[in-house]
Design a protein around this ligand. Structure first.
Ligand code: NAD
Ligand code: GLY
Length: 373
């Protein structure tokens, strides 16, 4: 389908089935500035608060506010500073300051306009304010459209661990406007591809093959390729979250690459490597660990590494982080149990499970996959 055709085509919708907390994920070309998109949460007596950051506010804040105006008594916008470094309790409090300053009541709807940082913070604010008000995800990065806006994980970081303070709290609606990806920096596009590769590498081998064929088209932002990648990713995530909303088991596999990746992010200081870059390199390390433990063919690990590299992501860890530092950081991972680090490992091609691994092998893998100083 050509771009103009896709713009005219009706948006597609992926349903996330969680009983009374079910919601649609709308995916399409020009959704954000269309008032009809926002009709489902309309309440002429309520306040709508758009929570965004300074970068995204300048690009899309006015268009979203204008599209929400017909549906609410008042629309306000709060622009937080931009960056993972501000995903903390101090900046979360600014959302509460705004809500209380506006005398916002329980009918207030929060709109998370931005990437995963804004989405995670806004969702957590919505979960906490007056013990829970509705919120809508309006993801504007590829990573947020394929992963963070879906499934209800919300959180802020703590200096001792990423996303350590948060809640499971589902949005009422997710709106993925593919048009907003046109302004996304290339580095952020690659970061989003990491989470898409994750689905192919650990869950869906057919999708992995499609990604290998389409990765250049995706990097070039071909709208039809993006539409398929976002839809398929959301379908896979919806299936997993529908079966295990609160990560009692199955959902843990969505963390493929994240144990190593979070250690890199935290070890370097949040904001140095992008989350998706940590996940990209983390998947290479997790695949190599799986191969060294004899769980998957080494050739499959090479296949993952090649795709991660073609997506424009790092495949070697930073020289400044020692294996010992990874181990310290990985012990505070949310999957850790009783001090044992647990990894999402490949136990077949595009098949994963959560396991422990001998520390010596983990150290060897990190050492082998660290860039030389
Ligand atoms: P981000 O939110 O920091 O956004 C990346 C950058 O892109 C920012 O500078 C932002 O201002 C800018 N930006 C956003 N949309 C833009 C647009 N359309 N045009 C131009 N610039 C734009 O990063 P991210 O990669 O979206 O999200 C990473 C965060 O998501 C991490 O904090 C991670 O922990 C979290 N995350 C959460 C989940 C979950 O399930 N909740 C899953 C994965 C990641
Ligand atoms: N990003 C992993 C999850 O949502 O479970």
């Amino acid at each position: 389908m050509s771009t103009p055709e896709l713009l005219r085509a009706a948006p597609t919708s992926v349903h996330i089935d969680l009983g009374e907390r079910s919601y649609p994920i709308l995916i399409g070309g020009e959704l954000l500035s269309d008032p009809a998109t926002w009709a489902p949460q309309a309440n002429r007596k309520a306040v709508a608060l758009i929570v965004t950051n300074v970068t995204v506010a300048a690009l899309y804040g006015a268009a979203l506010a204008a599209a929400l105006e017909p549906h609410f008594a008042r629309v306000r916008t709060l622009a937080l500073p931009d960056g993972e470094a501000y995903k903390d309790l101090a900046h979360l409090n600014l959302v509460f300051d705004e809500l209380l300053g506006q005398e916002a009541d329980r009918r207030t709807v929060l709109y998370a306009l931005g990437g995963g940082v804004v989405g995670d913070m806004t969702g957590f604010a919505a979960a906490c304010y007056m013990r829970g008000v509705p919120f809508v995800q309006v993801p504007t990065t590829l990573l947020a459209q394929v992963d963070s806006s879906v499934g209800g994980k919300t959180a802020v970081n703590h200096p001792l661990g990423k996303n350590m303070i948060g809640a499971f709290y589902q949005p009422r609606q997710v709106v993925c406007d593919l048009g907003v990806l046109d302004t996304l920096p290339d580095r952020e596009m690659s970061a989003g591809l990491a989470e898409i590769i994750k689905y192919g590498a650990s869950i869906d081998i057919e999708f992995l093959g499609w990604l290998e064929r389409q990765v250049d088209e995706l990097r070039a932002r071909r709208r039809d390729a993006l539409a398929h990648a976002v839809r398929r990713s959301c379908e896979i995530k919806a299936r997993v979250v529908g079966a295990d909303e609160k990560e009692a088991g199955l959902r843990e596999i969505l963390n493929f690459g994240h144990t190593f990746g979070h250690a890199i992010e935290a070890g370097l200081g949040y904001g140095q490597w992008l989350h998706g870059e940590g996940v990209g390199c983390g998947m290479v390390m997790a695949a190599e660990l799986s191969a060294r433990l004899g769980l998957v063919d080494a050739a499959f690990a090479r296949r993952i590494e090649a795709l991660v590299a073609r997506a424009g992501l790092p495949v070697r860890g930073p020289a400044s982080l020692s294996p010992q530092r990874y181990l310290e950081l990985m012990r505070v991972d949310k999957k850790a149990q009783g001090g044992d680090i647990r990894f999402v490992l490949l136990d077949g091609e595009s098949h994963a499970s959560v396991r422990t691994a001998p520390e010596a092998v983990v150290v060897d893998v990190i050492a082998a996959l660290t860039a030389s100083a």
